[in-house]
Write a protein that binds this ligand. Structure first.
Ligand SMILES: NC(=O)c1ccc[n+]([C@@H]2O[C@H](COP(=O)([O-])OP(=O)(O)OC[C@H]3O[C@@H](n4cnc5c(N)ncnc54)[C@H](OP(=O)(O)O)[C@@H]3O)[C@@H](O)[C@H]2O)c1
Length: 276
């Protein structure tokens, strides 16, 4: 990344915190990072912790940044965009991390000619282990795509998709996905307790198993199916459990849940863009 690129964050909450921490760890200088929020107390905490310049005026920040990261809640994004609209004649790259809000709506709120990259990070980004889907509009060039990827890589892995429909699919998979795994951990813990294990121990066993299985799957030598087959001995305990899952149509349950999430992502996109 051009370490001299000025990057401005609008919204000083959790995601900005994660991204700024990641950028600083990756050698980016605090003097090129700007941060705005309405909350002066929060801003001064961030200023002390990171040494970045802070603003209570989003427009003032926007006017002096080459990249602007929109990190406010989706419901207030239209107001923020309208606020900065006349301060982005220098055509900064706009990166939105706001869930659900479509590029076309953001572009309309910004005046209609902005280079915009819309992203869908997930909560493990807060630990630097996120998975982020990205999609660009037609005004974005390759250099800007590289820049966005390097910024979002500070909190995990990046995956470009060809269109915004696919970003809704990313939302249904990795965006909402952490909660699916939490549900699995929760269900396995409860089932362990029902089998007589101590509650704390059952929870720790579930979490450690999820972590270990993810690490094995992440080694990339073998597919999840191959790994599963390897640990499923004929007539053994795992086979009995897997067959029980399959009898209950586990794959169909997952597939249906993700379809419902995908459809809801679309609906939310329309709701958030229906401001005029
Ligand atoms: N957290 C995640 O894991 C995650 C994952 C994927 C996507 N996202 C997206 O990332 C975005 C940020 O999420 P977050 O978790 O960081 O939210 P957050 O912690 O609520 O941070 C948003 C910040 O923006 C501030 N703000 C409100 N109005 C503002 C304004 N007009 N100008 C400037 N700042 C303003 C908020 O202040 P107040 O609190 O005082 O309102 C808050 O400090 C959201 O759009 C969310 O959909 C988050």
């Amino acid at each position: 990344m051009q370490k001299t690129t000025t990057i401005g964050f609008i919204g000083a909450g959790n995601m900005s915190y994660a991204l700024i921490s990641g950028l600083l760890k990756n050698g980016f200088s605090a003097k090129n990072i700007r941060l705005s929020d309405k909350d002066e107390v929060l801003l001064s905490q961030r200023q002390v912790e990171f040494g970045v310049e802070t603003f209570t005026d989003n427009a003032q920040l926007a006017a002096q940044c080459e990249v602007i990261i929109l990190a406010v809640k989706p419901q207030i994004l239209s107001n923020v965009c309208k606020e900065i609209q006349v301060h982005i004649h220098h055509q900064p790259l706009i990166i939105s991390i706001a869930a659900g809000v479509k590029s076309n709506d953001i572009n309309r709120w910004l005046g209609g000619t902005a280079p915009i990259i819309r992203t869908m990070p997930n909560t493990p980004a807060l630990l630097g282990n996120g998975a982020t889907g990205l999609v660009e509009n037609e005004a974005v060039n390759n250099q800007q795509k590289d820049l966005a990827e390097q910024i979002l890589s500070a909190v995990g892995q990046c995956f470009w998709v060809a269109n915004e429909d696919l970003l809704d699919a990313v939302t249904a998979l990795s965006g909402s996905g952490p909660a699916y795994f939490f549900l699995m951990i929760e269900s396995m813990s409860n089932a362990g307790v029902a089998l007589g294990l101590d509650e704390k121990m059952a929870e720790k066993l579930s979490i450690q198993t999820a972590l270990g299985a993810s690490m094995m799957a992440n080694q990339n030598n073998e597919s999840a199916r191959q790994l599963r087959n390897k640990v499923t001995s004929k007539n053994g305990t795992t086979q009995a459990a897997i067959e029980s899952f399959q009898d209950q149509n586990f794959e169909a349950i997952v597939s249906h849940a993700m379809r419902v999430a995908f459809n809801r992502a679309k609906e939310i996109g329309f709701e958030l863009g229906a401001d005029e």
